[in-house]
Ligand binder design. Structure first.
Ligand code: SAH
Ligand code: SF4
Length: 361
């Protein structure tokens, strides 16, 4: 529940509104799910809450720790579907970024993404989205100092397209930002989208968070192939939406451009030149992500040398672009490797499995 919903709930049971803030602190700061332990509420209120409500996160069906410190949780949500969330430590333990899922599966079918290959099952509820932050925040992740929070940053870069689940993603992000929620600054909460243009426009009216765009190609022909949504909202339309986003939320000084490097597909010098051309004038930083392989994707990861060459070409054109190394790949936690489990297999997944079987024969 958002703060407004919780306040309405307390009023509806004959209690004062400010109880909402108290309960939020117990849930989100302390990770508490037991009303009996909420000692600044009267005993009568605690008993009343226990009768009427419950605090329950998604249940953890698997928790993995990678050699590099990355953690992954597989969570079972309401209808038995599985979603995945990943915590990535960085900066010598100063930063721990949680990669949060917004949907079970994804309908957009980007050709290089394993989530896309499994088809779409359903949107996560706001509770299931914030529940991922709740689970990670209650965990015993190693920290330099126990007063540090387990989660310092959130990126909506797990499974699913967050802007196609707008009505649940925005309230969940609101709780990430609120002081009585997770108290993260807007710079530390990032929404990543493959380019749902009308929703980018709406987003800046509703919430102020950082924006990342999954571009991956700088010409429409190639992007149509990699990110089929490009056929609906092409590169020029998408980058215009980014400019409007930045205009409306001046504190977000730049957007992040995500560029997955795929061997022989978008990693040549002409691609770097084209990329610099289309981004001209847009305040942005580029992140290069070497393609993370998954079985039967049909794509290959460029060599380390090729990634560095691409980086150098961009550098010569005036763009500093860090190469984001795969993290947690030994526990299948790297970008594009999150699969979860979709119960109701879609036609697309059936087709994919069929083509994989043909390949294998
Ligand atoms: N649907 C959103 C957010 C989830 S995907 C989006 O597409 O932006 C998070 C990031 O991982 C995106 O930039 C996506 O393009 C990238 N990604 C997907 N599959 C990948 C793979 N196999 N290797 C590397 N990056 C991948
Ligand atoms: Fe969906 Fe993002 Fe994967 Fe594309 S890259 S299929 S939008 S999750």
């Amino acid at each position: 529940m958002s703060r407004t919903q919780l306040e309405a709930f307390f009023l509806s049971i004959g209690e004062k509104k400010f109880r909402a803030a108290q309960l939020m602190k117990w849930m989100h700061h302390e990770g508490c799910d037991d009303f009996a332990a909420m000692t600044n509420l009267s005993k009568a209120l605690r008993e009343k809450l226990a009768r009427l409500a419950e605090v329950r996160g998604p249940s953890v069906v698997y928790e993995g720790a990678s050699r590099d410190g990355t953690r992954k949780w597989v969570l079972e949500v309401e209808d038995g579907s599985y979603v995945e969330t990943v915590l990535i430590p960085a900066d010598n333990g100063k930063r721990r970024t949680l990669c949060v899922s917004s949907q079970v599966g994804c309908s957009l079918d980007c050709s290089f993404c394993s989530t896309g290959k499994q088809g779409f099952q359903r949107n996560l509820t706001a509770a299931e989205i914030i529940g991922q932050v709740w689970v990670a925040s209650r965990s015993d992740v190693p920290r330099n100092d126990s007063r540090q929070r387990p989660v310092t940053n959130v990126v909506m870069m797990g499974m699913g397209e967050p802007l196609l689940n707008y009505d649940n993603v925005v309230p969940a992000m609101q709780l990430m930002l609120e002081d009585d929620g997770y108290g993260l600054s807007k710079r530390r909460v990032t929404l990543s989208t493959s380019g749902v243009v009308p929703k980018i426009d709406r987003l800046s009216d509703d919430i102020d968070v950082s924006l990342a765009i999954s571009l991956h190609a700088a010409n429409d022909e190639l992007r149509n192939e990699l990110v089929p949504l490009n056929r609906k909202y092409n590169i020029a339309t998408l980058l215009d939406a980014c400019r409007r986003y930045l205009d409306k939320s001046p504190e977000n000084r730049q957007v992040t451009i995500e560029y997955t490097l795929i061997s022989g597909v978008n990693d040549q010098q002409e691609h770097a030149t084209e990329l610099a051309q289309v981004l001209e004038g847009l305040p942005c930083k580029i992140n290069l992500i070497p393609f993370n392989p998954f079985p039967h994707s049909g794509y290959e990861t460029p060599s380390r040398n090729q990634c560095v060459r691409f980086q150098r070409w961009l550098d010569e054109l005036g763009y500093t672009a860090p190469i984001r190394m795969a993290r947690g790949d030994d526990i299948d936690a790297a970008c594009g490797q999150l699969v979860g489990r979709v119960k109701d297999r879609t036609k697309r997944q059936a087709r994919y499995i069929q083509s994989v079987q043909l390949d294998a024969n």
